[in-house]
Structures are given as C-alpha cells and as structure tokens.
Design a protein around this ligand. Structure first.
Ligand SMILES: [Fe+2]
Ligand SMILES: [Fe+2]
Length: 366
C-alpha cells in the first residue's frame, strides 16, 4: 500500500514525525508538501524551505519518501489531482491520511466522491469523538487509525516560536535561515546585550552581509543572521567574557588572552551555538573569525569579515575605497582589509594574531 500524507508542513513538527512513523509501518508513505507560494495561500515559508525541512524531519524514517509532485503539477493542486497523478505511477492501492478536522469537512473537498473512489482514507483522530458523517456521505472506504497524535499544530509554533514542538534538525534549519521571523528573537537578545550604537551597527552589518551574499551567490539569510549576531557578546564585561569562555570550555592562546578585543569573536561564536542554539557551521565560523580572519575562509566567512568593514555606519578614512573593492572582488578586498589590519597593529606595536598573518599571506600570494 502507498500512503499519501500531505500538508503544508509549515513547519513540520514532532507530531507529524510520529504520524509518519506510524504510517510507514502500514505501508510506504509519501510526504507531500503543499505547493503554495509564501504569504499568498497560507504558507508562511517557501515551498523549497518546507521541502528541505521535511527532508530533515522525515528523511531518516524508513519507508518514507518526500514528494514534490504538487510543485510539478502546478499552481493550484487539489488533492484529487495529486492522487490521480500518483495513481498513474503505481499499481499499489492508495490511502490518503488525513486529520479528523479534515475528515469533518471531507464532503466539501473538490470532487470528494471521485477522490473517495480512488483511495482509502485513513483518519487520525485526536479526540476519538470524530463525526465521520461527511466521509460516509461520499461513500469513502475509511479507517480510523489506532494512533492519537499529540495536539500540536504548525500554526501554534508560528504564533509562539516554541521550538520544543519541533524536531531538532528543523529547529536548527529555522534558526540558521531566520525563518518564521526568528530574527526578531535575535534582535531582542541583541537589544538586551548591546547599547544603541552597537545594536545599530549589527543591523547595518546584517544588511551589508545580505547585500554581499546576494552579489556573490551566498545564502542571504544565513549572511543576515551572521551579520546580526557577530558582535553579540562585545559589550559584556571582560570578566564575564572570560567566565563565558571558561564555561564553554574554550582554551585561549596566550596572545588571545592578551587581546580582549578578540574575545567577543570567540565567545560570540560559542554563545550563538550554545545559548541561541544555532548549529550552522558556516554561521558559527563566520562569527568566530570576523575579527582575525584566517586561512582558507569560506564564502560566508569572508562576507561577514568584509561587511564589518563596509557597513553603512562605517566612516573611517578609506571606507569608500574599501566599499569599491568589496563590490569588485571579495579576495581583493580581503587582501586590502587584512593588510590594513596587519599594518595598523604593527604600527601600534600590538600583537598580530597568527590567523590574521596567515590570511594576509594567502591573499597576497593570489
Ligand atoms: Fe566584532
Ligand atoms: Fe562589528
């Protein structure tokens, strides 16, 4: 049997996962995210993001597959069209899994009787008192499933941003990509930890990082998140930063211990990982190396490093030249920026971090 389990999955939550696991024991289960454009037909996030979140949420369950058939079918896909299209691809009997709320209005679905003739209907009943007369009217061959999903809805998550409702991987995807307005949570955290000037700087770096990401083909949302959070621990008292480094098990080199200006990159990366639960390696790396740079920086890492130099709030001598360079070539701009840092620190007799020296040498060689 092939079971069709459709929905907006906006986002997929833990109960969806439990339901998919249950269905997969009965037969091969197709997870079908509804194709609807964000902010138009009820979906908060794009089809592509919802598919990715489904892959994360359901990808490991045996006998479960994610299908993008509703996108292939086009703009407005009624369940009937989806079921018909799937029927053409298989000889297996089909079942359609629906919630009891859907079952109550089944007779009003598009060509409900025709749909009921094509597949069995599996009903997930939350309270066990479901009125199934709407299903019966269509002559559907239905079955109440012996499984009560916990009461949990994507809309509930969207209202509360209660991440305990979601599988961990989905949480991480949402946090890294700032979906569902999660950046508002980050901004609240920044407001709590930073003064007006630094807060404003972070917003500007986020905008600049996003602009550069678009220009150079990086993930714009990750760039925005990294920009927003890069200086999050910068105004914590030194004592607190040292304590934080200690708490997170960070061992600083002697040079780092002597350079408090570098601490916020180290503690910031640990803070977003541990306290904000952003586990995305590119974002963490970008925040970690936004002050020193390093050898072999990834695209997002370079973008954040440079956005910190060229954000709209910057007004040092030479900023215009830097802005021109960054729009022409990231690597050329990296050379100028690391050279500037090396010269500046050397002229003031300050220690230069080996990561900065290595980055400078690498860009100079190019
Ligand atoms: Fe910084
Ligand atoms: Fe900064």
């Amino acid at each position: 049997m092939l079971i069709i389990f459709g929905g907006s999955f906006d986002p997929p939550h833990k109960s969806h996962v439990d339901m998919a696991k249950y269905l997969s024991k009965i037969g091969k289960t197709l997870i079908i995210p509804a194709f609807c454009a964000p902010h138009k037909h009820g979906a908060a996030e794009s089809f592509e993001d919802r598919v990715k979140m489904c892959e994360i949420a359901f990808g490991d369950i045996e006998n479960v597959e994610i299908s993008t058939i509703e996108k292939e079918l086009g703009k407005k896909s009624y369940t009937l069209n989806t079921v018909k299209a799937i029927k053409e691809t298989t000889k297996e009997p089909l079942a359609l899994a629906i919630g009891d709320d859907m079952a109550r209005s089944f007779d009003s679905w598009y060509h409900a009787e025709e749909l009921a003739a094509l597949c069995k209907i599996f009903v997930f009943a939350r309270d066990g008192k479901t009125d199934l007369s709407a299903l019966e009217k269509t002559g559907a061959d239905y079955k109440m499933l012996d499984f009560k999903p916990k009461c949990c809805a994507s809309s509930g998550f969207r209202k509360t941003l209660d991440f305990s409702l979601l599988p961990q991987g989905v949480t991480q995807y949402i946090k890294a990509n700032s979906l569902y307005g999660v950046e508002e949570l980050y901004k609240r955290e920044l407001r709590r930890l930073l003064g007006d000037k630094r807060y404003n700087h972070c917003l500007n770096v986020a905008d600049e990082a996003k602009r550069l990401a678009k220009l150079y083909g990086a993930n714009t949302r990750k760039a925005y998140t990294a920009g927003l959070l890069h200086d999050i621990t910068k105004e914590l008292p030194q004592k607190e930063q040292l304590q934080m480094a200690d708490d997170f098990g960070i061992i600083m080199t002697d040079l780092e211990k002597r350079a408090p200006k570098l601490w916020h990159a180290i503690t910031g990366a640990a803070f977003i990982q541990n306290s904000l639960e952003i586990k995305d390696a590119e974002i963490i790396d970008a925040v970690r190396y936004h002050t020193t740079a390093k050898k072999d920086m990834g695209l997002l890492c370079k973008i954040l490093y440079l956005a910190d130099y060229t954000s709209a709030d910057r007004d040092y001598d030479g900023v215009e030249q830097m802005r021109e360079a960054v729009d022409k070539s990231l690597d050329e701009a990296m050379l100028i920026a690391t050279q500037f840092t090396v010269n500046d620190l050397a002229s003031r007799g300050l220690p230069i971090h080996p990561d900065t020296v290595e980055a400078f040498k690498q860009y100079k060689k190019r």
